[in-house]
Ligand binder design. Structure first.
Ligand code: WTA
Length: 660
């Protein structure tokens, strides 16, 4: 059947094939794939469900522990769960030493590709040597177990070295996405009390080099507690400012340091914090710990990506997000896989660069986001057609719901209808994939992530009653702890409890997504129910963007909402009121955008700003965001009589229409 269908490589041909496929509800695993898959046991979920803790113990045993745990799961202090209590383990040992000792030191860990076409292969042995030395250097710089180390780097192998070196000595890393502004890095360094920051001289993006270090000095130079700044020479800038006694070059400290052995750490030792957006302007420091996290990411990547010895795996995310932590760094390395790492943008130097790299490296497993797939669809099949993608065996998607058309395009144009597509649902908080299809076993339904993975329970609960919904719509919830779950919010356990463990009680994790479950138990994620916007798979909080906008001296008030967007999934729309008789203008718009870029990053700039003299408010003064969303979506507004001044919305609708 469909596995025999050749890829059509013209726009019309693709269009015709996708319309044929749009009616197909289920896609069974292609027979040649299923025949070689590692996991073929349809009973795996049922076996794991019979005793999930024992199942996770079985998975954890595939790692190297220096001491086995005494209690697999301690629930005494719920929702502060503890996994593999009493066990001792080291993450970098499992990611590096273990493979090198087994004779696989010459295996390439990363085929790195730079933006300008440079390449660098880093083997497991080289990665181990660099990591062990940089861990030694960190110790010499005064970093001790439990100290926080900030990392603000582009997509280069040194980012992996820095992260692994932290885990080697039990330092807690706090990686900030390179696309965030230095100002937002400074905030995250300050609230986490980072002692050392690892950054670069500069970064490159689409042919442009930007100096990073001067910005770091400007925003973080005065931070109390930030004692040392380590600078990776990456962008070839030779006038990098260095402060004596505080700043050191990465290559110099690595060369000078003695390698150190991995420290056996408590399974529950904090491993990293990753700041993520929540309902308020203050980002949440999501904290993960050592043994459970590593067990979760290692197991899920192996199962869902059907890892095999000769795989060449590529996850196109950025290490600054959870997807990069779990599935560029820890999952692939713990499994000893060879990965591709790409520094650049998907459309630089040309719009076919990803497909070119897949063909060049013989990539077998590819993991990306729906936004990237939709962008590639827009750029056109002619950028894919010249490249031989026959090495691909499996395709993954993550970060936002994938619309069926993008799913089918991925399946047909990229995968040639040979490769299962796994749509993986999870979050920064869950640490690892939670809902998806097992590629050799389960049918896929385009638009649905699938069912919870073995050992995981995710349910849909009625928003009003909290009762389980077996078919229909509700809120996602997780009724049972899992090893890679967050353990707390950094230095804010109360917010941890109130955000995640109060909506449905103290032992049911509240996800923050709404979803529909169908008669087969397949979950169709609809989207966030809190004030989080998902732009191109990047989580941003409306409150954070609003506070950056109102920081502009001419702005009186701002309300930010999400609007559906064909390309980015959601886009940001800002309604802004200016002070006094200031009029909205291109100049103020540019300034407001600059404020947002400085405080958060360019990625948080609104797609559209609507100037208004007033916002729709209830008589008690609460902004009615629902109406603002409806205006941006050009929907019927329904009842507006509860507004203090109902005429505001008519004016806004006119403005919206005029600017469309
Ligand atoms: C959304 C990214 C639908 C969801 C790994 C979740 C998804 C939020 C999917 C977490 C998917 C992620 N289908 N929605 N396959 N994957 N999401 O923390 O709303 O950056 O709550 O983690 O992204 O985003 P985060």
């Amino acid at each position: 059947m469909s596995t025999e269908t050749p890829r059509t490589l013209t726009e019309d041909g693709v269009e015709a094939r996708l319309s044929e496929l749009l009616g197909q509800e289920r896609f069974t695993p292609p027979a040649p794939f299923a025949a070689q898959a590692e996991i073929t046991d349809p009973e795996l979920r049922a076996r794991a469900a019979a005793d999930p803790v024992a199942y996770w113990e079985e998975q954890a045993r595939q790692l190297r522990w220096s001491q086995e745990w005494t209690t697999a799961l301690n629930e005494d202090d719920a929702p502060f769960y503890r996994w593999f209590e009493g066990g001792r383990i080291n993450v970098s040992d499992n990611c590096l030493d273990r493979h090198v000792e087994a004779g696989r030191g010459d295996r390439v860990a990363y085929h790195w590709h730079g933006e300008e076409g440079e390449t660098r292969d880093v083997t497991y042995a080289e990665l181990l040597d660099q990591t062990a030395r940089f861990a030694g250097a960190l110790r010499q710089l005064g970093v001790q177990q439990g100290d926080v180390v900030g990392i603000y780097l582009p997509m280069i192998p040194e980012v992996v070295v820095a992260m692994l070196a932290c885990t080697r000595i039990g330092a807690v890393h706090n990686v900030v996405f390179g696309g965030f502004s230095a100002g937002s890095v400074a905030e995250r360094m300050e609230v986490s009390g980072a002692k050392v920051l690892v950054t670069a001289d500069g970064s490159r993006r689409k042919g442009k080099t930007t100096a990073v270090k001067p910005e770091v000095d400007r925003t973080m130079g005065q931070l109390d507690g930030l004692e040392k700044i380590v600078v990776v020479r990456h962008a070839g800038l030779d006038d990098t400012p260095m402060t004596d006694g505080r700043d050191v070059f990465f290559d110099e400290v690595v060369a000078a340091a003695e390698p150190v052995d991995p420290e056996p750490l408590d399974a529950e030792a904090p491993m990293f914090i990753l700041y993520s957006s929540g309902s308020t302007a203050k980002p949440k420091g999501i904290q993960h710990t050592t043994g459970g996290y590593l067990t979760g990411v290692t197991t899920t990547l192996r199962q869902v990506f059907d890892l095999q010895d000769d795989d060449v795996y590529w996850c196109s995310a950025d290490v600054g997000w959870i997807t990069g932590h779990s599935y560029i760094v820890y999952g692939p390395l713990a499994n000893g896989v060879t990965s591709v790492m790409y520094e650049g943008a998907p459309d630089y130097p040309h719009q076919g660069i990803w497909w070119e790299l897949i063909a060049k490296r013989g990539v077998t497993k590819f993991y990306t986001a729906p936004t990237a797939i939709r962008a590639a669809m827009k750029w056109g099949v002619e950028h894919v057609a010249p490249h031989d993608l026959s090495s691909l065996k499996l395709l993954g998607s993550v970060g936002e719901p994938i619309n069926p058309k993008a799913w089918l395009w991925y399946w047909h144009v990229v995968g040639g209808e040979r490769c299962p597509v796994v749509d993986t649902w999870w979050q920064t908080e869950t640490g690892a994939m939670m809902i998806t299809t097992l590629p050799g076993v389960d049918d896929a339904k385009p638009g649905s992530a699938g069912t919870p993975l073995p050992g995981i329970d995710v349910q849909v609960l009625d928003a009003e009653t909290g009762e389980r919904v077996t078919e229909g719509e509700g809120l996602l919830a997780i009724p049972r702890p899992w090893p890679s779950m967050l353990r707390t919010l950094y230095q804010d356990p109360d917010r941890y409890v109130s955000t995640y463990w109060s909506r449905f009680g103290e032992t049911t994790y509240f996800v923050g997504d709404s979803a529909r479950i169908d008669a087969d138990g397949y979950i169709w994620v609809i989207g966030r129910v809190d004030d989080v916007i998902n732009v191109s798979g990047h989580r941003l909080s409306t409150a954070e963007v609003e506070s950056a906008i109102v920081a502009h001296p001419h702005v009186a008030e701002a309300a930010v909402v999400a609007k559906a967007d064909d390309l980015t999934g959601q886009a940001i729309v800002a309604y802004v009121t200016l002070n006094g008789d200031t009029e909205g203008s291109d100049r103020i718009e540019a300034e407001v955008n600059q404020h947002i870029a400085d405080r958060i990053g360019k990625l948080a700039r609104p797609k559209r700003i609507v100037w208004t003299s007033d916002l729709p408010k209830t008589r008690s003064g609460k902004i009615m965001r629902r109406l603002l969303r409806d205006i941006a979506e050009e929907r019927d507004l329904g009842d507006v009589t509860t507004l203090a001044d109902p005429s505001v919305v008519t004016t806004l609708q006119d403005r919206w229409g005029a600017g469309a």
